[in-house]
Design a protein around this ligand. Structure first.
Ligand SMILES: Cc1cc2nc3c(=O)[nH]c(=O)nc-3n(C[C@H](O)[C@H](O)[C@H](O)COP(=O)(O)OP(=O)(O)OC[C@H]3O[C@@H](n4cnc5c(N)ncnc54)[C@H](O)[C@@H]3O)c2cc1C
Length: 549
Protein backbone atom coordinates (compact mmCIF):
# COMPACT_ATOMS: atom_id res chain seq x y z
CA UNK A 1 0.00 0.00 0.00
CA UNK A 2 1.37 3.44 -0.87
CA UNK A 3 1.08 6.31 1.60
CA UNK A 4 -1.41 8.93 0.46
CA UNK A 5 0.17 12.31 -0.33
CA UNK A 6 -0.01 14.85 2.51
CA UNK A 7 -2.85 17.34 2.93
CA UNK A 8 -1.81 20.85 1.96
CA UNK A 9 -3.68 24.14 1.80
CA UNK A 10 -4.11 23.66 -1.96
CA UNK A 11 -7.02 26.04 -1.84
CA UNK A 12 -9.82 24.82 -4.13
CA UNK A 13 -10.75 28.33 -5.34
CA UNK A 14 -7.30 28.77 -6.86
CA UNK A 15 -5.38 25.50 -6.76
CA UNK A 16 -1.89 26.77 -7.47
CA UNK A 17 1.10 24.89 -5.99
CA UNK A 18 2.87 27.84 -4.35
CA UNK A 19 5.10 25.43 -2.41
CA UNK A 20 6.38 23.86 -5.65
CA UNK A 21 6.80 27.28 -7.25
CA UNK A 22 9.08 28.33 -4.36
CA UNK A 23 11.05 25.09 -4.37
CA UNK A 24 11.91 25.13 -8.09
CA UNK A 25 15.70 25.46 -8.63
CA UNK A 26 15.10 27.95 -11.46
CA UNK A 27 13.63 30.47 -9.00
CA UNK A 28 10.55 32.64 -9.43
CA UNK A 29 11.70 34.52 -12.52
CA UNK A 30 13.97 37.16 -13.99
CA UNK A 31 13.75 40.86 -14.82
CA UNK A 32 15.18 42.78 -17.75
CA UNK A 33 18.70 44.07 -16.95
CA UNK A 34 17.49 47.69 -16.97
CA UNK A 35 14.93 47.02 -14.24
CA UNK A 36 17.37 45.57 -11.71
CA UNK A 37 17.63 47.73 -8.60
CA UNK A 38 14.24 49.40 -9.29
CA UNK A 39 12.49 50.54 -6.12
CA UNK A 40 9.10 48.96 -5.37
CA UNK A 41 7.05 50.16 -2.40
CA UNK A 42 5.86 47.45 -0.01
CA UNK A 43 3.35 48.79 2.52
CA UNK A 44 3.14 46.78 5.73
CA UNK A 45 5.73 44.58 7.43
CA UNK A 46 3.53 41.63 8.38
CA UNK A 47 4.27 38.17 7.03
CA UNK A 48 2.72 39.04 3.67
CA UNK A 49 4.72 42.25 3.20
CA UNK A 50 7.91 40.54 4.37
CA UNK A 51 7.39 37.65 1.94
CA UNK A 52 6.93 40.18 -0.86
CA UNK A 53 9.95 42.28 0.15
CA UNK A 54 12.18 39.21 0.51
CA UNK A 55 11.19 37.68 -2.83
CA UNK A 56 11.38 41.01 -4.71
CA UNK A 57 14.89 41.48 -3.35
CA UNK A 58 15.84 37.98 -4.56
CA UNK A 59 14.59 38.97 -8.03
CA UNK A 60 16.97 41.94 -7.97
CA UNK A 61 14.45 44.70 -7.16
CA UNK A 62 14.80 47.11 -4.27
CA UNK A 63 11.82 46.71 -1.92
CA UNK A 64 11.14 49.85 0.10
CA UNK A 65 9.21 48.80 3.18
CA UNK A 66 6.77 51.07 5.00
CA UNK A 67 5.69 49.87 8.44
CA UNK A 68 3.58 51.96 10.79
CA UNK A 69 3.95 49.80 13.88
CA UNK A 70 6.42 46.91 14.14
CA UNK A 71 7.69 44.25 11.79
CA UNK A 72 5.39 41.29 12.37
CA UNK A 73 1.91 42.80 12.07
CA UNK A 74 -0.57 40.20 13.23
CA UNK A 75 2.31 37.91 14.12
CA UNK A 76 3.05 39.67 17.38
CA UNK A 77 4.92 37.77 20.11
CA UNK A 78 5.19 39.90 23.25
CA UNK A 79 7.85 38.88 25.80
CA UNK A 80 6.53 38.77 29.39
CA UNK A 81 7.97 41.53 31.59
CA UNK A 82 8.72 39.03 34.39
CA UNK A 83 10.65 36.67 32.07
CA UNK A 84 11.31 37.81 28.51
CA UNK A 85 12.31 34.26 27.57
CA UNK A 86 8.56 33.51 27.35
CA UNK A 87 6.21 35.19 24.91
CA UNK A 88 2.48 35.81 24.53
CA UNK A 89 1.22 35.17 21.00
CA UNK A 90 -1.20 38.06 20.50
CA UNK A 91 -2.03 37.17 16.89
CA UNK A 92 -1.18 34.00 14.96
CA UNK A 93 -0.18 31.16 17.29
CA UNK A 94 -0.88 27.81 15.56
CA UNK A 95 0.02 26.73 12.07
CA UNK A 96 -1.40 23.66 10.34
CA UNK A 97 1.09 21.19 8.89
CA UNK A 98 -0.94 21.68 5.68
CA UNK A 99 0.40 25.27 5.44
CA UNK A 100 3.22 24.08 3.19
CA UNK A 101 3.99 27.51 1.72
CA UNK A 102 4.37 29.14 5.13
CA UNK A 103 6.40 26.16 6.31
CA UNK A 104 8.77 26.68 3.34
CA UNK A 105 9.82 29.90 5.08
CA UNK A 106 9.63 28.53 8.65
CA UNK A 107 12.02 25.75 7.60
CA UNK A 108 14.30 28.06 5.62
CA UNK A 109 14.61 30.27 8.69
CA UNK A 110 15.51 27.21 10.78
CA UNK A 111 12.71 27.88 13.28
CA UNK A 112 11.74 25.04 15.61
CA UNK A 113 8.07 24.11 15.95
CA UNK A 114 6.14 21.92 18.34
CA UNK A 115 2.60 20.52 18.41
CA UNK A 116 0.05 23.09 19.52
CA UNK A 117 -2.11 22.11 22.53
CA UNK A 118 -5.51 22.14 20.82
CA UNK A 119 -8.49 20.46 22.51
CA UNK A 120 -8.44 16.66 22.54
CA UNK A 121 -5.00 16.40 20.98
CA UNK A 122 -2.03 14.58 22.56
CA UNK A 123 -0.29 17.97 23.01
CA UNK A 124 -3.05 18.91 25.45
CA UNK A 125 -3.03 16.26 28.13
CA UNK A 126 -6.54 17.14 29.38
CA UNK A 127 -9.44 18.93 27.75
CA UNK A 128 -12.27 20.37 29.81
CA UNK A 129 -15.60 21.18 28.20
CA UNK A 130 -17.89 23.37 30.27
CA UNK A 131 -21.34 23.95 28.80
CA UNK A 132 -24.49 25.11 30.57
CA UNK A 133 -22.85 24.61 33.95
CA UNK A 134 -21.80 20.98 33.37
CA UNK A 135 -18.08 20.19 33.20
CA UNK A 136 -16.62 17.19 31.37
CA UNK A 137 -13.01 16.02 31.38
CA UNK A 138 -11.65 14.26 28.31
CA UNK A 139 -8.46 13.20 26.61
CA UNK A 140 -10.09 11.88 23.43
CA UNK A 141 -13.45 12.41 21.70
CA UNK A 142 -14.66 9.12 23.17
CA UNK A 143 -14.53 10.53 26.71
CA UNK A 144 -17.12 13.19 25.87
CA UNK A 145 -20.85 12.70 26.52
CA UNK A 146 -22.69 10.87 23.74
CA UNK A 147 -24.57 14.01 22.76
CA UNK A 148 -21.30 15.77 21.90
CA UNK A 149 -20.03 12.79 19.96
CA UNK A 150 -23.29 12.81 18.05
CA UNK A 151 -22.66 16.46 17.07
CA UNK A 152 -19.19 15.59 15.80
CA UNK A 153 -20.62 12.73 13.73
CA UNK A 154 -23.43 14.92 12.38
CA UNK A 155 -20.88 17.51 11.30
CA UNK A 156 -18.76 14.94 9.41
CA UNK A 157 -21.91 13.58 7.81
CA UNK A 158 -23.03 17.07 6.77
CA UNK A 159 -19.62 17.80 5.28
CA UNK A 160 -19.61 14.62 3.26
CA UNK A 161 -23.23 14.67 2.15
CA UNK A 162 -23.62 18.38 1.43
CA UNK A 163 -20.06 19.53 0.76
CA UNK A 164 -18.32 16.43 -0.63
CA UNK A 165 -15.50 16.64 1.91
CA UNK A 166 -13.95 13.27 1.05
CA UNK A 167 -13.92 13.94 -2.70
CA UNK A 168 -12.39 17.37 -2.19
CA UNK A 169 -9.73 16.16 0.20
CA UNK A 170 -8.79 13.27 -2.10
CA UNK A 171 -8.46 15.76 -4.99
CA UNK A 172 -6.36 18.09 -2.82
CA UNK A 173 -4.02 15.27 -1.81
CA UNK A 174 -3.66 14.16 -5.42
CA UNK A 175 -3.51 17.79 -6.63
CA UNK A 176 -6.14 16.77 -9.14
CA UNK A 177 -7.08 20.23 -10.36
CA UNK A 178 -9.94 19.33 -12.79
CA UNK A 179 -11.78 17.26 -10.16
CA UNK A 180 -11.16 19.80 -7.43
CA UNK A 181 -12.44 22.67 -9.55
CA UNK A 182 -15.50 20.76 -10.72
CA UNK A 183 -16.57 19.79 -7.20
CA UNK A 184 -15.72 23.09 -5.54
CA UNK A 185 -17.38 25.24 -8.22
CA UNK A 186 -20.68 23.55 -7.43
CA UNK A 187 -20.21 24.15 -3.72
CA UNK A 188 -19.50 27.84 -4.32
CA UNK A 189 -22.70 28.12 -6.36
CA UNK A 190 -24.71 26.20 -3.77
CA UNK A 191 -23.51 27.92 -0.63
CA UNK A 192 -22.38 31.50 -1.34
CA UNK A 193 -25.80 32.73 -0.20
CA UNK A 194 -25.81 30.59 2.92
CA UNK A 195 -24.53 31.44 6.39
CA UNK A 196 -22.79 28.75 8.44
CA UNK A 197 -25.86 28.65 10.67
CA UNK A 198 -28.12 28.25 7.63
CA UNK A 199 -25.92 25.43 6.35
CA UNK A 200 -26.30 23.60 9.68
CA UNK A 201 -30.02 24.25 9.97
CA UNK A 202 -30.55 22.84 6.48
CA UNK A 203 -28.81 19.58 7.41
CA UNK A 204 -30.81 16.59 8.66
CA UNK A 205 -28.24 15.77 11.37
CA UNK A 206 -28.64 19.23 12.90
CA UNK A 207 -32.41 19.37 12.89
CA UNK A 208 -32.55 20.23 16.58
CA UNK A 209 -31.59 23.60 18.03
CA UNK A 210 -29.79 21.85 20.88
CA UNK A 211 -27.35 20.15 18.49
CA UNK A 212 -26.68 23.41 16.63
CA UNK A 213 -26.06 25.11 19.95
CA UNK A 214 -23.57 22.48 21.10
CA UNK A 215 -21.83 22.74 17.74
CA UNK A 216 -21.54 26.50 18.23
CA UNK A 217 -20.43 26.46 21.85
CA UNK A 218 -18.30 23.32 22.04
CA UNK A 219 -17.45 22.94 18.37
CA UNK A 220 -14.96 20.69 16.68
CA UNK A 221 -11.22 20.78 15.98
CA UNK A 222 -9.76 24.03 17.26
CA UNK A 223 -12.80 25.03 19.33
CA UNK A 224 -16.19 26.67 19.13
CA UNK A 225 -17.73 28.02 15.94
CA UNK A 226 -20.70 30.15 16.98
CA UNK A 227 -18.79 33.33 16.13
CA UNK A 228 -18.77 32.12 12.52
CA UNK A 229 -22.50 31.42 12.41
CA UNK A 230 -23.34 34.66 10.53
CA UNK A 231 -20.39 34.27 8.10
CA UNK A 232 -20.64 32.66 4.69
CA UNK A 233 -20.73 28.86 5.01
CA UNK A 234 -18.00 28.81 2.35
CA UNK A 235 -15.49 30.30 4.83
CA UNK A 236 -15.81 27.34 7.20
CA UNK A 237 -16.13 24.71 4.46
CA UNK A 238 -12.92 25.94 2.86
CA UNK A 239 -10.99 25.85 6.15
CA UNK A 240 -12.18 22.33 6.88
CA UNK A 241 -11.46 21.07 3.34
CA UNK A 242 -7.83 22.23 3.45
CA UNK A 243 -7.35 20.79 6.96
CA UNK A 244 -6.33 24.19 8.32
CA UNK A 245 -7.74 23.37 11.75
CA UNK A 246 -5.86 20.09 12.15
CA UNK A 247 -2.38 19.00 13.15
CA UNK A 248 -1.28 22.46 14.18
CA UNK A 249 2.12 23.63 15.43
CA UNK A 250 3.44 26.63 17.31
CA UNK A 251 6.77 28.30 16.60
CA UNK A 252 9.12 27.88 19.54
CA UNK A 253 10.05 31.38 20.73
CA UNK A 254 7.17 33.06 18.90
CA UNK A 255 5.64 33.43 15.44
CA UNK A 256 6.96 36.97 15.03
CA UNK A 257 10.32 35.37 14.27
CA UNK A 258 8.93 34.51 10.81
CA UNK A 259 8.45 38.08 9.46
CA UNK A 260 11.46 39.30 11.45
CA UNK A 261 13.50 36.43 10.06
CA UNK A 262 12.58 37.41 6.49
CA UNK A 263 13.59 41.00 7.25
CA UNK A 264 17.07 39.89 8.37
CA UNK A 265 17.65 36.84 6.18
CA UNK A 266 20.46 36.82 3.64
CA UNK A 267 19.38 34.54 0.77
CA UNK A 268 21.88 32.03 -0.58
CA UNK A 269 21.19 33.22 -4.15
CA UNK A 270 19.76 36.43 -5.54
CA UNK A 271 19.94 38.57 -8.64
CA UNK A 272 21.76 41.92 -8.74
CA UNK A 273 22.56 42.46 -5.05
CA UNK A 274 25.97 41.69 -3.53
CA UNK A 275 26.15 38.69 -1.23
CA UNK A 276 25.31 39.57 2.34
CA UNK A 277 22.38 41.80 1.29
CA UNK A 278 19.15 41.48 3.31
CA UNK A 279 15.94 43.48 3.27
CA UNK A 280 17.14 45.00 6.56
CA UNK A 281 20.50 46.03 5.08
CA UNK A 282 18.73 47.68 2.11
CA UNK A 283 16.96 49.83 4.75
CA UNK A 284 19.95 50.39 7.01
CA UNK A 285 18.03 48.50 9.67
CA UNK A 286 14.81 50.56 9.81
CA UNK A 287 11.76 50.56 7.52
CA UNK A 288 10.15 53.79 6.41
CA UNK A 289 7.29 55.10 8.51
CA UNK A 290 3.48 54.97 8.34
CA UNK A 291 2.02 55.72 4.91
CA UNK A 292 -0.18 58.82 4.93
CA UNK A 293 -1.14 59.05 1.26
CA UNK A 294 -0.91 57.14 -2.01
CA UNK A 295 -1.43 59.05 -5.25
CA UNK A 296 -1.26 57.89 -8.83
CA UNK A 297 0.91 60.05 -11.08
CA UNK A 298 0.43 58.63 -14.58
CA UNK A 299 2.15 55.25 -14.56
CA UNK A 300 3.91 56.04 -11.28
CA UNK A 301 2.80 56.27 -7.66
CA UNK A 302 3.68 58.96 -5.13
CA UNK A 303 3.76 57.70 -1.57
CA UNK A 304 3.98 60.14 1.30
CA UNK A 305 4.63 58.94 4.81
CA UNK A 306 3.75 60.61 8.10
CA UNK A 307 7.14 62.39 8.23
CA UNK A 308 6.11 64.21 5.03
CA UNK A 309 8.64 62.42 2.82
CA UNK A 310 7.33 61.61 -0.68
CA UNK A 311 8.90 58.96 -2.92
CA UNK A 312 7.86 57.77 -6.35
CA UNK A 313 7.56 54.16 -7.50
CA UNK A 314 6.55 52.27 -10.64
CA UNK A 315 4.78 49.61 -8.53
CA UNK A 316 3.26 49.36 -5.04
CA UNK A 317 2.24 46.33 -2.98
CA UNK A 318 -0.34 47.10 -0.29
CA UNK A 319 -0.74 44.60 2.60
CA UNK A 320 -2.50 46.32 5.57
CA UNK A 321 -6.18 46.02 6.51
CA UNK A 322 -8.21 47.17 3.51
CA UNK A 323 -10.30 49.76 5.43
CA UNK A 324 -7.12 51.79 6.08
CA UNK A 325 -7.43 52.76 2.39
CA UNK A 326 -10.72 54.42 3.36
CA UNK A 327 -9.68 55.92 6.69
CA UNK A 328 -6.09 56.54 7.78
CA UNK A 329 -4.53 56.69 4.30
CA UNK A 330 -5.45 59.43 1.84
CA UNK A 331 -5.95 57.12 -1.15
CA UNK A 332 -6.36 58.22 -4.73
CA UNK A 333 -9.63 56.82 -6.14
CA UNK A 334 -7.67 56.05 -9.31
CA UNK A 335 -5.80 53.27 -7.51
CA UNK A 336 -8.63 50.80 -7.98
CA UNK A 337 -11.63 50.25 -10.22
CA UNK A 338 -15.10 51.07 -8.83
CA UNK A 339 -15.78 47.31 -8.58
CA UNK A 340 -12.65 46.83 -6.47
CA UNK A 341 -13.51 49.82 -4.27
CA UNK A 342 -16.93 48.25 -3.70
CA UNK A 343 -15.23 45.07 -2.49
CA UNK A 344 -12.96 47.11 -0.19
CA UNK A 345 -15.94 49.01 1.23
CA UNK A 346 -17.87 45.79 1.96
CA UNK A 347 -14.98 43.97 3.69
CA UNK A 348 -16.25 42.61 6.99
CA UNK A 349 -14.01 41.94 10.01
CA UNK A 350 -14.08 39.81 13.13
CA UNK A 351 -12.85 41.27 16.41
CA UNK A 352 -10.56 39.18 18.63
CA UNK A 353 -9.21 39.55 22.15
CA UNK A 354 -6.49 37.57 23.86
CA UNK A 355 -5.34 37.61 27.46
CA UNK A 356 -2.06 35.95 28.48
CA UNK A 357 -0.35 35.43 31.84
CA UNK A 358 2.95 33.93 32.94
CA UNK A 359 2.82 31.40 35.78
CA UNK A 360 5.47 30.22 38.22
CA UNK A 361 5.17 26.67 36.86
CA UNK A 362 2.67 24.50 34.93
CA UNK A 363 0.58 23.92 38.05
CA UNK A 364 -2.30 22.63 35.92
CA UNK A 365 -0.42 19.35 35.42
CA UNK A 366 -0.60 18.51 39.16
CA UNK A 367 -2.97 15.58 39.57
CA UNK A 368 -5.73 15.89 42.15
CA UNK A 369 -5.52 12.66 44.15
CA UNK A 370 -9.26 12.73 44.91
CA UNK A 371 -10.59 13.14 41.37
CA UNK A 372 -7.65 11.69 39.46
CA UNK A 373 -7.84 14.71 37.12
CA UNK A 374 -5.13 17.24 36.44
CA UNK A 375 -5.72 20.59 38.15
CA UNK A 376 -6.82 22.29 34.91
CA UNK A 377 -7.16 21.34 31.28
CA UNK A 378 -7.33 23.11 27.95
CA UNK A 379 -10.78 24.62 28.44
CA UNK A 380 -13.70 25.29 26.13
CA UNK A 381 -16.65 27.01 27.78
CA UNK A 382 -19.80 28.88 26.87
CA UNK A 383 -18.84 31.41 29.56
CA UNK A 384 -16.79 34.49 28.84
CA UNK A 385 -13.26 33.11 28.76
CA UNK A 386 -14.57 30.88 25.90
CA UNK A 387 -11.19 29.13 25.56
CA UNK A 388 -8.15 28.67 27.79
CA UNK A 389 -4.86 27.31 26.40
CA UNK A 390 -2.04 25.96 28.52
CA UNK A 391 1.61 25.93 27.46
CA UNK A 392 4.33 24.22 29.42
CA UNK A 393 8.04 23.87 28.96
CA UNK A 394 8.59 21.25 31.66
CA UNK A 395 7.51 20.95 35.29
CA UNK A 396 10.26 23.13 36.74
CA UNK A 397 9.97 26.04 34.35
CA UNK A 398 7.46 28.89 34.10
CA UNK A 399 4.22 28.17 32.27
CA UNK A 400 2.20 30.36 29.89
CA UNK A 401 -1.59 30.51 29.98
CA UNK A 402 -3.84 32.09 27.40
CA UNK A 403 -6.58 32.80 29.94
CA UNK A 404 -9.02 33.83 27.25
CA UNK A 405 -9.22 33.90 23.45
CA UNK A 406 -12.47 35.42 22.25
CA UNK A 407 -13.93 36.55 18.95
CA UNK A 408 -16.62 39.04 17.93
CA UNK A 409 -19.28 39.65 20.61
CA UNK A 410 -17.25 37.89 23.29
CA UNK A 411 -14.23 39.98 22.34
CA UNK A 412 -16.28 43.17 22.45
CA UNK A 413 -17.33 42.37 26.03
CA UNK A 414 -13.70 42.40 27.13
CA UNK A 415 -12.27 44.99 24.78
CA UNK A 416 -12.93 48.05 26.94
CA UNK A 417 -11.39 46.51 30.09
CA UNK A 418 -7.79 46.96 31.22
CA UNK A 419 -5.59 43.83 31.26
CA UNK A 420 -5.96 43.57 35.07
CA UNK A 421 -9.74 43.96 34.86
CA UNK A 422 -9.81 41.21 32.24
CA UNK A 423 -7.87 38.91 34.58
CA UNK A 424 -10.36 39.63 37.39
CA UNK A 425 -13.34 38.94 35.12
CA UNK A 426 -11.96 35.76 33.62
CA UNK A 427 -10.68 34.28 36.90
CA UNK A 428 -14.09 34.88 38.45
CA UNK A 429 -15.72 32.78 35.69
CA UNK A 430 -13.04 30.09 35.83
CA UNK A 431 -13.71 29.67 39.55
CA UNK A 432 -17.02 27.99 38.70
CA UNK A 433 -15.23 25.49 36.45
CA UNK A 434 -12.25 24.93 38.74
CA UNK A 435 -13.54 25.49 42.31
CA UNK A 436 -10.72 25.41 44.80
CA UNK A 437 -7.95 26.11 42.26
CA UNK A 438 -6.13 29.31 43.16
CA UNK A 439 -4.97 30.31 39.70
CA UNK A 440 -4.07 33.83 40.84
CA UNK A 441 -1.47 32.57 43.33
CA UNK A 442 0.57 31.20 40.39
CA UNK A 443 0.59 34.41 38.28
CA UNK A 444 3.94 36.11 37.84
CA UNK A 445 4.18 39.74 36.68
CA UNK A 446 1.59 41.72 34.73
CA UNK A 447 -0.81 40.15 32.19
CA UNK A 448 -0.64 40.93 28.48
CA UNK A 449 -3.87 41.65 26.60
CA UNK A 450 -5.02 42.80 23.19
CA UNK A 451 -8.24 43.52 21.34
CA UNK A 452 -7.36 43.79 17.67
CA UNK A 453 -10.41 45.95 17.00
CA UNK A 454 -8.82 48.61 19.26
CA UNK A 455 -5.43 48.59 17.51
CA UNK A 456 -5.00 51.76 15.43
CA UNK A 457 -3.29 50.13 12.43
CA UNK A 458 -5.68 47.18 12.34
CA UNK A 459 -9.23 47.91 13.50
CA UNK A 460 -10.14 44.22 13.55
CA UNK A 461 -8.61 40.76 13.71
CA UNK A 462 -9.30 39.32 10.29
CA UNK A 463 -11.77 39.60 7.44
CA UNK A 464 -14.56 37.09 7.04
CA UNK A 465 -16.97 36.95 4.13
CA UNK A 466 -20.66 37.28 4.83
CA UNK A 467 -23.22 35.38 2.71
CA UNK A 468 -23.13 36.78 -0.83
CA UNK A 469 -19.57 38.09 -0.54
CA UNK A 470 -17.87 35.54 -2.82
CA UNK A 471 -17.82 37.95 -5.75
CA UNK A 472 -16.05 40.62 -3.67
CA UNK A 473 -13.57 38.09 -2.40
CA UNK A 474 -12.88 36.92 -5.96
CA UNK A 475 -12.29 40.48 -7.14
CA UNK A 476 -9.79 41.12 -4.34
CA UNK A 477 -7.91 37.84 -4.65
CA UNK A 478 -7.55 38.03 -8.43
CA UNK A 479 -6.46 41.68 -8.40
CA UNK A 480 -2.81 40.66 -9.01
CA UNK A 481 -3.70 39.55 -12.56
CA UNK A 482 -3.91 42.97 -14.21
CA UNK A 483 -3.38 42.21 -17.92
CA UNK A 484 -7.04 42.94 -18.62
CA UNK A 485 -7.02 46.19 -16.60
CA UNK A 486 -6.90 49.58 -18.29
CA UNK A 487 -3.28 50.87 -18.18
CA UNK A 488 -4.22 53.55 -15.64
CA UNK A 489 -5.33 50.83 -13.19
CA UNK A 490 -2.13 48.79 -13.29
CA UNK A 491 0.83 48.68 -10.91
CA UNK A 492 -0.94 48.86 -7.53
CA UNK A 493 -1.18 45.37 -6.02
CA UNK A 494 -3.26 44.20 -3.07
CA UNK A 495 -1.84 41.45 -0.88
CA UNK A 496 -2.24 39.92 2.57
CA UNK A 497 -4.66 38.15 4.85
CA UNK A 498 -7.56 40.44 3.88
CA UNK A 499 -7.65 39.30 0.26
CA UNK A 500 -6.87 35.65 0.90
CA UNK A 501 -9.33 32.77 0.49
CA UNK A 502 -8.46 31.65 4.02
CA UNK A 503 -8.40 34.81 6.16
CA UNK A 504 -7.20 34.17 9.69
CA UNK A 505 -4.55 31.76 8.39
CA UNK A 506 -1.10 33.11 7.61
CA UNK A 507 -0.75 30.65 4.72
CA UNK A 508 -3.17 32.80 2.72
CA UNK A 509 -1.24 35.98 3.54
CA UNK A 510 1.91 34.36 2.16
CA UNK A 511 0.14 33.01 -0.95
CA UNK A 512 -1.36 36.39 -1.83
CA UNK A 513 2.08 37.92 -1.27
CA UNK A 514 3.48 35.53 -3.87
CA UNK A 515 0.68 36.51 -6.26
CA UNK A 516 1.75 40.14 -5.82
CA UNK A 517 5.37 39.18 -6.48
CA UNK A 518 4.24 37.61 -9.76
CA UNK A 519 2.20 40.76 -10.49
CA UNK A 520 5.16 43.09 -9.94
CA UNK A 521 7.50 40.87 -11.97
CA UNK A 522 5.04 40.87 -14.86
CA UNK A 523 4.31 44.59 -14.56
CA UNK A 524 8.00 45.47 -14.77
CA UNK A 525 8.55 43.38 -17.88
CA UNK A 526 10.00 40.30 -16.17
CA UNK A 527 9.12 36.68 -16.85
CA UNK A 528 8.92 33.52 -14.82
CA UNK A 529 11.30 30.63 -15.50
CA UNK A 530 9.93 28.60 -18.48
CA UNK A 531 9.88 25.43 -16.39
CA UNK A 532 8.31 27.13 -13.39
CA UNK A 533 5.17 29.05 -14.35
CA UNK A 534 3.77 31.37 -11.70
CA UNK A 535 0.20 31.95 -10.48
CA UNK A 536 -0.53 34.56 -13.14
CA UNK A 537 0.85 32.40 -15.98
CA UNK A 538 -1.59 29.57 -15.30
CA UNK A 539 -4.38 31.85 -14.14
CA UNK A 540 -6.91 31.09 -16.86
CA UNK A 541 -6.74 27.33 -16.26
CA UNK A 542 -7.29 27.56 -12.48
CA UNK A 543 -9.14 30.88 -12.05
CA UNK A 544 -11.76 30.97 -9.30
CA UNK A 545 -15.24 30.19 -10.55
CA UNK A 546 -17.18 33.28 -11.61
CA UNK A 547 -20.71 33.72 -10.32
CA UNK A 548 -23.07 35.78 -12.47
CA UNK A 549 -23.22 39.44 -11.46
C1 LIG B 1 -6.12 37.12 16.95
C2 LIG B 1 -5.56 36.49 15.73
C3 LIG B 1 -5.27 35.14 15.74
C4 LIG B 1 -4.73 34.53 14.62
N1 LIG B 1 -4.40 33.22 14.67
C5 LIG B 1 -3.79 32.64 13.62
C6 LIG B 1 -3.27 31.34 13.73
O1 LIG B 1 -3.31 30.74 14.80
N2 LIG B 1 -2.70 30.77 12.63
C7 LIG B 1 -2.58 31.45 11.45
O2 LIG B 1 -2.05 30.90 10.48
N3 LIG B 1 -3.01 32.73 11.34
C8 LIG B 1 -3.60 33.34 12.39
N4 LIG B 1 -4.01 34.63 12.32
C9 LIG B 1 -3.91 35.30 11.02
C10 LIG B 1 -2.48 35.77 10.77
O3 LIG B 1 -2.05 36.50 11.86
C11 LIG B 1 -2.50 36.63 9.52
O4 LIG B 1 -2.91 35.84 8.41
C12 LIG B 1 -1.16 37.22 9.13
O5 LIG B 1 -0.36 37.54 10.22
C13 LIG B 1 -1.47 38.46 8.30
O6 LIG B 1 -0.31 38.99 7.74
P1 LIG B 1 -0.43 40.21 6.74
O7 LIG B 1 0.97 40.58 6.40
O8 LIG B 1 -1.36 39.90 5.65
O9 LIG B 1 -1.12 41.39 7.55
P2 LIG B 1 -0.61 42.13 8.87
O10 LIG B 1 0.13 41.20 9.73
O11 LIG B 1 -1.81 42.81 9.44
O12 LIG B 1 0.42 43.20 8.32
C14 LIG B 1 0.02 44.46 7.84
C15 LIG B 1 1.00 45.48 8.37
O13 LIG B 1 0.67 46.75 7.82
C16 LIG B 1 1.00 47.73 8.78
N5 LIG B 1 0.31 48.97 8.45
C17 LIG B 1 -1.00 49.29 8.63
N6 LIG B 1 -1.26 50.52 8.18
C18 LIG B 1 -0.08 50.99 7.68
C19 LIG B 1 0.31 52.22 7.07
N7 LIG B 1 -0.55 53.22 6.87
N8 LIG B 1 1.60 52.37 6.71
C20 LIG B 1 2.51 51.39 6.90
N9 LIG B 1 2.19 50.21 7.47
C21 LIG B 1 0.91 50.02 7.85
C22 LIG B 1 0.56 47.11 10.09
O14 LIG B 1 1.22 47.72 11.19
C23 LIG B 1 0.98 45.66 9.87
O15 LIG B 1 2.27 45.41 10.40
C24 LIG B 1 -4.51 35.29 13.43
C25 LIG B 1 -4.79 36.65 13.42
C26 LIG B 1 -5.30 37.25 14.56
C27 LIG B 1 -5.55 38.72 14.55
Amino acid sequence: MTDSPPMTMFVPDFPFAYDDWLRHPGGLGALPEGRLGTEVAVIGGGVSGMTVAYELMKLGLRPVLYEGDQIGGRMRSIPFAADPGYVAEMGAMRFPAAASTLFHYIDALGLATKPFPNPLTPASSSTVVNFEGATHWATTDNDLPEEYQHVAEAWMKALNERAELQAIQAAIRARDVPVLRAVWSKIVKDFDDESLYGFLAGTAGFNSFRLREIFGQVGFGVGSWDTDFPSSALETLRIVCVAAGENQFSVVGGAQQIPRGLWNRVPARMAHWPSGTSVASLHEGTPLSTVASIARAGELFDITDVTGQTRTYPAVVFTPHLPTLLTTIDSDRALLSPAHWAAVERAHYLGASKLFVLTDRPFWLDVDTETGHETMGMTITDQLPRSVYLFDDGMHKPGVVCLSYTLNNDSRRLSTLTPDERVDTVLEKLRSIYPGVDIRSHLVGPPVAISWENEPHFGGAFRTSLPGHYRYQRRLFTHFRQDDFAPERRGFFLSGDDISWTPGFAEGAVMTGLNAVWGVLNHLGGRTHPGNPGPGDVFSSIAPVELPE
